[in-house]
Design a protein around this ligand. Structure first.
Ligand code: NAD
Ligand code: IPM
Ligand code: MN
Length: 349
């Protein structure tokens, strides 16, 4: 009985998670997966009502689930995003989910903004380091609010952290017969941390002689993702660069409403979430595209030992895209729940 913690969160997070759950429950009914869902109320409403985002005990309790299914966190009523930092970054750091796996996979060529690109030409994964980099909050402010103020944000790069994400990228490529791993940093400007990335990358790459290891500075990476996305199988990069390039990747595959992700520590807890945020501009209007959440639910099923169901969800999503059964931002006419209906119908077709 796999136990799944469900954290819908804020804004469209709740709307898209509802559809992801419908898909999971549909497959559960058909296959008898015995999934047990436990809904957890962590988000802006609770934070504003009680002042608590997530307690230390609640965070530790998340370790006991087989997986966590998250919508999004972020609410204009919390301009500091304190609760999102506590809950989302809290999970990534405290549960040590060091792999942020973000596939960039074009499912239907018509939705690609690049000219004449076939789906197989836009098909790679990004391994985003998820527990250090510029996200740790290490730093400080001095003389805040004065003309002389200083603000320092330190980038943390540990040998352990850099090595495990790079190794995970090579292991993934090796296991799937993917021939190329590209590491991206900014070592021409960042002399200390990114020099560490360089040295660790060369050392780990040497252990995988059958895999072509290449390097691009991150500015060139963004250019190459647009110019020649077919040159990538696996990209590995740090936390901030990974955040940025996966929004670019999301557009290559048809938009932020299609980008799924997993936050993984092999053998331990894992959390699955769409790459997009809570989209306050469209929240509560039935406009949100639930396909990223549904694909993330598929990744979660793959992680729970059902790769066949992950593939089936992906095929159903592809069928919906091909049949224009999509929300408005993709040129369709359907609401969030109607896209959920369409995916379920496609699963059965
Ligand atoms: P966003 O991803 O929420 O929205 C960016 C744009 O994309 C908006 O125009 C939005 O309407 C559109 N969009 C996003 N998801 C969509 C979907 N499923 N269907 C259709 N359109 C969609 O990014 P933002 O506006 O920068 O952030 C809003 C809030 O969400 C902020 O508080 C931010 O910090 C937070 N955020 C949270 C997460 C997360 O929890 N993982 C991720 C990103 C942003
Ligand atoms: C993401 C988001 C988060 C990040 C924000 C909300 C902190 O943009 O999951 O991509 O930067 O990791
Ligand atoms: Mn992001």
């Amino acid at each position: 009985m796999p136990r799944i913690a469900v954290i819908p969160g804020d804004g469209i997070g709740r709307e898209v998670i509802d559809q992801g759950l419908r898909v999971l429950q549909h497959l559960d009914g058909e296959r008898g997966l015995d999934l047990v869902f436990e809904h957890l109320p962590y988000g802006a409403d609770r934070y504003l009502e009680t002042g608590t985002s997530i307690t230390a005990d609640e965070m530790q309790a998340l370790r006991r689930y087989d997986a966590i299914f998250l919508g999004a966190l972020g609410d204009p009523r919390v301009p500091t995003s304190q609760h999102a930092k506590d809950i989302l970054l809290g999970m990534r750091f405290q549960l040590d989910l060091y792999i942020n796996l973000r596939p960039v996979k074009l499912l239907d060529a018509r939705y690609c903004p690049l000219k004449d690109r076939a789906p197989e030409e836009v098909s790679f994964v990004v391994f985003r380091e998820n527990t250090e980099g510029l996200y740790t909050g290490i730093g400080g402010q001095f003389k805040r609010g004065t003309p002389d103020e200083v603000a320092i944000e330190a980038e943390l790069n540990t040998r352990k952290g850099v090595e495990r994400i790079i190794r995970a990228a090579f292991e993934y490529a090796d296991a799937r017969g993917l021939g190329r791993v590209c590491m991206s940093d900014k070592s021409n400007a960042m002399r200390h941390g990114h020099d560490l990335w360089q040295r660790v990358f060369r050392a780990v790459a040497a252990e995988y002689p059958a895999i072509e290891a290449s390097h691009l500075y991150v500015d060139v990476l963004t250019m190459e993702m647009v110019r020649a996305p077919d040159r990538f199988d696996v990209i590995v990069t740090n936390n901030l660069f990974g955040d940025i390039v996966t929004d670019l990747g999301a557009q290559l595959q048809g938009g932020i409403g299609l980008a799924a992700s997993g936050n993984i520590h092999p053998g331990q807890a894992a959390m699955f979430e769409p790459v997009h945020g809570s989209a306050p501009d469209i929240a509560g209007q039935g406009k949100a595209n639930p396909l990223a959440a549904i694909l993330s639910a598929g990744m979660m099923l793959g992680h729970l030992g059902h790769p066949d169901l992950e593939d089936r969800i992906e095929r159903a999503v592809r069928d919906c895209l091909q049949a224009d059964r999509v929300t408005r931002e993709l040129g369709g006419t359907l609401s969030t729940s109607q896209v959920g209906d369409a995916v379920i119908a496609a699963l059965d077709a």
